[in-house]
Every structure is written in structure tokens, then in C-alpha cells.
Design a protein around this ligand. Structure first.
Ligand code: PLP
Length: 381
């Protein structure tokens, strides 16, 4: 139950990719037949990703993943003297890029969160300045699953003549994405959060948006991203985009949300002093961030892992860090409650039986850890 860390590659995706490592391998820049086959496969995948986003194929730039897409969006747009507005709940791929930009003469403003985990739209109005060049806010939060009011934020941003970037890494495959309806100028995707492999992603760049490359080399991706294309990975991303559209068109996200709700309700009826972070907000169908007061999330993650249930304490990239989650503290949770919070994230294949299994394991593990927790820690919580 850690699909927000990574998803399995779907069998159909593996099958689509397989020939491009073996009999149909080729460099998509080569002019001979194997090269042309690889090029055709990359361009078909570009159409598929564009189909998922409701954009033109030429507006899709393939990258190595979500981190690169986010970095390309920020570093490709901003220059010294510019101002960036982002939120305090972004993934480190945006947050740390913003800190790096701040060290290079770019001013940065971080928008606050409501207690439900939603970016304060009103704060954007006062944050915009004459030198604001880019606003970057994620579509769905990786820790809580909370969906941000992207359209509203983008409208305000555009009214000020500013570009809008959305990190949609945790929304892709869980929500229908349409870059026009969302009002995005740039939008990041990552393969391994949507049943394609790790190490491939894409950045939507609206036509006429001038993006400076951050890598220098060949003229790949129309000069926007140098480096030999990861043909098999790109084919996998294209196939995953098609499967995501089908899955959403069949209304499957409602069934997954029902399963997630069953998990949350089941835990809450069995465990006292537990609850859902961001429960009051709209959330993607698969994510549940729950607090268990007087329990250290890391200890709970380990206890459940020993029983065969993989969950996460905060985002995977922060596991091992002792700092409480920046997302949960931005929502106003106390450091103790943030440290007592665990993320369950289901994938498309999660079954009723697996949820029942989690419902049998979690209350037990929480009760055991609470019995072991020293009195002073319980008071501090
Ligand atoms: N953005 C968000 C919201 C994420 O959840 C992640 C990964 O967890 C990333 C960006 C980074 O993506 P990648 O792992 O493909 O670099």
C-alpha cells in the first residue's frame, strides 16, 4: 500500500516495451530503419501522452521522470531577477529546486496551506508582483492526496500575465487531466507513478512558451531536452497513458476510492485517537494519510513491514529523516501528530482481501506500539 512511492509496471506496458530492448532496438536519431522504427515508436507514445493531456504531441517533452520535469519547468523559465510563487507543500523536486533558484538571484514566495491541506488561493493574489514569472503548484499532494484548486490558481496567475506550472505527478492516472481545462502552461508527469517504469517522465510545454534547456547536447526533443531518448521507457509511458484513460473512462477511480474509504473507516472504528489528515478536502482516489496519536510513524511502518504490509511515514524521499513532514506541519499539525502519521496509498490492483488484511494488522500494531510507548512520550504527543 505504497503506490505513491512507485507503482508496478502493468503487464501490457511490459509487453509494449519489450521489443524496443531486443529485436526492435534502435536510436531514435539514427536514419536507418531500426532508428526510424524507434523514432516512430517515440512519436506514437508522444501522441498517446498528448491524448491523455488534451494537448498537441509537439507540446510533450520526454524526460527522465518527475524530478527532471519539475526542474526543467522551473530552471527553464526563471532567470535572476524573476520571482517564483510556489506552495509550502510541494514535493522536494519543486521545493529544493526553488531553494536552489533562491541562491541564484530568483525571489521565491511560498504560499501557505489551509488546515485541510489546500493552498490558500487568496494568498496568491497578494503574492503576485510585477516581476513574477512563474507560479508552480502541485495538482495532487503526494502525502495527503489533497487536490489543489489548479484552475482557480491558474486563472489568477494568467490575469497577471504570469505562467503556471502544475506538478501532476501524483494526479496522472488518478484524475482525468486536460491541460486546457486546468489552465496550465507547463505540467509534469512521471512514469513510475502511473504504472510505467521508473526513469521516464514528461513535461507538457504549451506552444509559444519559451523554455531554456537545462541539459546541453544533441538537438533531441526539439532542442528542449538533450540526450538519447529512452525509447522503451517512452513507449511504456505512452502505453500507460492509454491504459490510464481507459481506466478513468470506466469510472474505476470510484471503486478504488470506495476501497480507500473502507480502509479509513475500518481503521477509525477500531482505533481510538486516529484520523485522516486532509479528510475535509477533495482527494485523489488512492491516498489516505492517517494519524495515530502516541505512535511513532517510523515504528509503525517497521511493525507493519514485518507483517508484510508496506506503507510510508511521510513521503518516500524523506523516509529515514527525523524531521516531521513539511506537508503536515504546513497544514498546522503539531510536530508530534505529524510524526504519528502514516500514508496508505493503494494501487489499481489492490483487492478487498488486501484491505481486509490491512484492517486486521493495523489496529493490532497500533495497540502494541501504544502499550510500549513510554509515558513521557505519550504526554508529549
Ligand atoms: N512530484 C511529486 C508530487 C512526486 O510525488 C514525485 C515522486 O515522489 C516527484 C515529483 C518526483 O518524481 P520522480 O520520482 O519521477 O523523479
Amino acid at each position: 500500500m505504497d503506490a505513491n512511492a512507485t507503482t508496478p509496471v502493468l503487464p501490457e506496458v511490459v509487453e509494449a516495451m519489450r521489443p524496443f530492448w531486443t529485436e526492435a532496438f534502435g536510436n531514435a536519431s539514427s536514419i536507418h530503419q531500426p532508428g526510424q522504427q524507434a523514432r516512430a515508436a517515440v512519436e506514437r507514445a508522444r501522441e498517446s501522452v498528448a491524448g491523455m493531456l488534451g494537448c498537441r504531441a509537439a507540446e510533450v517533452v520526454f524526460t527522465s521522470g518527475g524530478t527532471e520535469s519539475d526542474n526543467l519547468a522551473l530552471f527553464g523559465i526563471l532567470a535572476p531577477g524573476d520571482h517564483l510563487v510556489t506552495s509550502s507543500m510541494e514535493h522536494s523536486a519543486v521545493l529544493h529546486a526553488a531553494h536552489a533558484l533562491a541562491g541564484r538571484g530568483i525571489e521565491v514566495t511560498f504560499l501557505p496551506s489551509s488546515p485541510e491541506g489546500v493552498v490558500e488561493v487568496s494568498a496568491l493574489e497578494s503574492a503576485l508582483r510585477p516581476n513574477t514569472k512563474l507560479v508552480s503548484v502541485m495538482l495532487a499532494n503526494n502525502e495527503t492526496g489533497v487536490i489543489q484548486p489548479i484552475r482557480e490558481l491558474a486563472d489568477l496567475t494568467h490575469a497577471a500575465g504570469v505562467l503556471f506550472h502544475a506538478d501532476a505527478v501524483q494526479a496522472a492516472g488518478k484524475l482525468a487531466l486536460d491541460v486546457k481545462a486546468l489552465g496550465c502552461d507547463l505540467l509534469s508527469l512521471s512514469g513510475h507513478k502511473m504504472y510505467a517504469p521508473q526513469g521516464v517522465g514528461a513535461l507538457f510545454v504549451r506552444r509559444n512558451v519559451r523554455l531554456r534547456p537545462i541539459f546541453f547536447g544533441g538537438n533531441h526533443e526539439r532542442g528542449r531536452r538533450a540526450g538519447t531518448e529512452n525509447v522503451a521507457g517512452i513507449v511504456g509511458l505512452g502505453k500507460a497513458a492509454e491504459l490510464a484513460r481507459e481506466w478513468l473512462a470506466n469510472g474505476e477511480q470510484q471503486s478504488l476510492a470506495a476501497l480507500r474509504d473502507h480502509l479509513e473507516q475500518g481503521i477509525q472504528t477500531q482505533v481510538e485517537e486516529a484520523g485522516v489528515n486532509g479528510a475535509g478536502a477533495a482527494r485523489v482516489c488512492n491516498t489516505s494519510n492517517m494519524f495515530f496519536d502516541h505512535v511513532e510513524a517510523e515504528a509503525l511502518v517497521i511493525a507493519l513491514d514485518l507483517k508484510g504490509l508496506a506503507v510510508s511515514g511521510g513521503s518516500a524521499c524523506q523516509s529515514g529523516a527525523t524531521e516531521p513532514s513539511h506537508v503536515l506541519t504546513a497544514m498546522g499539525l503539531s510536530p508530534a501528530r505529524a510524526r504519528a502519521s502514516v500514508r496508505f496509498s493503494l494501487n489499481r490492483m489492490t483487492s478487498d482481501d488486501e484491505v481486509d488484511c490491512a484492517l486486521a494488522l493495523v489496529p493490532d500494531a497500533v495497540a502494541r506500539l501504544r502499550r510500549l510507548a513510554p509515558k513521557n512520550q505519550r504526554l508529549a504527543s
